[in-house]
Design a protein around this ligand. Structure first.
Ligand code: MRU
Length: 349
């Protein structure tokens, strides 16, 4: 039996989150009643991973709405707009954040005559629905994805697209979990994922809890293990998928996809359908977050003496669709040409 992980939840009028910055050393939760604090926790990566950021933002809106119960409807709307703007400024790449904020905005717009007290209940109900739907979507992705995995062999994943990165269960790690639970004898290779080490700190922690066999490798070892025949395919999550299939994910994913191409291995993206941004025709319009240089420097002994050197820290890269074998979504598996297959999945109610 797997001890389930739910990184974000609502309890007694507060948002409770697993503090992912402490893992694997400490498994601790912290809670807040403030929407601003939720925004800060998204920025500082207490919670991270595209779908989990979306769920956290939904609960952030519910907290903001809670504080506005006694206001006039006009002030309620203004307050929620402010909360939405604050949350929207946290992390630019994961489209799930904006998808959630738009969904709650629509809820407010279609209920112009409902009083703030009732509206606050509605926003919370919507946030709970977003969380529940994400959990279900992940399980469906797991089911579809597991079918694509071989009965045995090595599978590479990059960053963390596990339960911690979603409402629970995970996307790419959900695929690995479902395959393992089906009896497939997989062995996971988990890239450590510099600079924030989500692979080493979060994916390895999750795999260890689930007792799925795995080996932690540094990012630069992936090619070596493909060349030796240890890895048969790669599967990662995504933060935003453009209409043509170009996919943004954690920095280093593009390199993994190219390595797969060179070695003739499949490269899969696993993501909920809400990660597909049809307003974005191709990868060139996906905004890439540039994070603090300290994240790169902090593990270097004497990194603080490097004030004068240039350091780049893009959080994500874009894998062109031509390197992607398939995109595994909760609506089904999309194959190239993605502009057609994703559009077809869009028509499913
Ligand atoms: O910077 P992070 O940790 O939020 O980046 C996370 C990723 O890149 C994940 O692979 C992606 O969000 C998919 S999570 C299901």
């Amino acid at each position: 039996m797997v001890d389930e992980i739910y990184p974000v939840r609502w309890e007694d009028g507060k948002v409770v989150m697993i503090d992912q910055t402490l893992l694997p050393a400490e498994h601790k939760e912290k809670s807040t009643g403030s929407c601003n604090e939720v925004a800060e926790w998204i920025e500082t990566m207490v919670v991270r991973g595209a779908p989990a950021i979306g769920v956290a933002a939904a609960y952030g809106m519910a907290l903001a709405a809670n504080d506005l119960r006694d206001k006039s409807r006009d002030d309620f709307d203004k307050g929620l707009l402010k909360a939405r703007d604050r949350l929207a400024r946290t992390r630019p790449t994961a489209v799930n954040l904006f998808w959630v904020l738009n969904r709650i905005n629509e809820l407010i717009e279609i209920n112009p005559h409902v009083n703030p007290n009732e509206m606050a209940d509605k926003v919370l109900t919507e946030a709970e629905a977003i969380r529940d739907e994400d959990l279900k979507m992940c399980m469906t992705i797991g089911k579809y994805g597991a079918e694509l995995l071989p009965d045995e062999g090595g599978v590479l994943t990059h960053c963390n697209a596990g339960a911690l990165a979603t409402a629970g269960y995970g996307t790419a790690v959900g695929v690995l979990r479902a395959a393992w639970e089906m009896g497939k004898k997989i062995h996971v290779y988990s890239d450590e994922t510099r600079p924030r080490l989500q692979g080493a700190c979060l994916t390895c922690w999750e795999l260890d809890r689930m007792k799925i066999p795995f080996t932690m490798i540094t990012d630069s070892m992936a090619g070596h293990f493909m060349q030796k025949g240890n890895i048969r395919l790669a599967v990662t999550g995504a933060d935003r998928v453009a209409a043509n299939g170009d996919s943004a994910n954690k920095i280093g994913t593009y390199t993994v996809a190219i390595l797969c191409k060179e070695h003739g291995l499949p490269f899969y993206i696993a993501a909920p359908f809400s990660t597909i941004d049809f307003d974005c025709p191709d990868g060139s319009c996906i905004p890439i977050e540039e994070r603090d240089r300290e994240e790169v420097l902090c593990i270097i002994p004497g990194g603080d003496t490097y004030d004068h050197i240039n350091v780049a820290n893009p959080g994500f890269d874009v894998t062109p669709h031509k390197y992607i074998t398939a995109i595994i979504t909760d609506r089904g598996v999309a194959y190239p040409p993605f502009s057609e297959s994703l559009e077809k999945l869009r028509e499913i109610p």
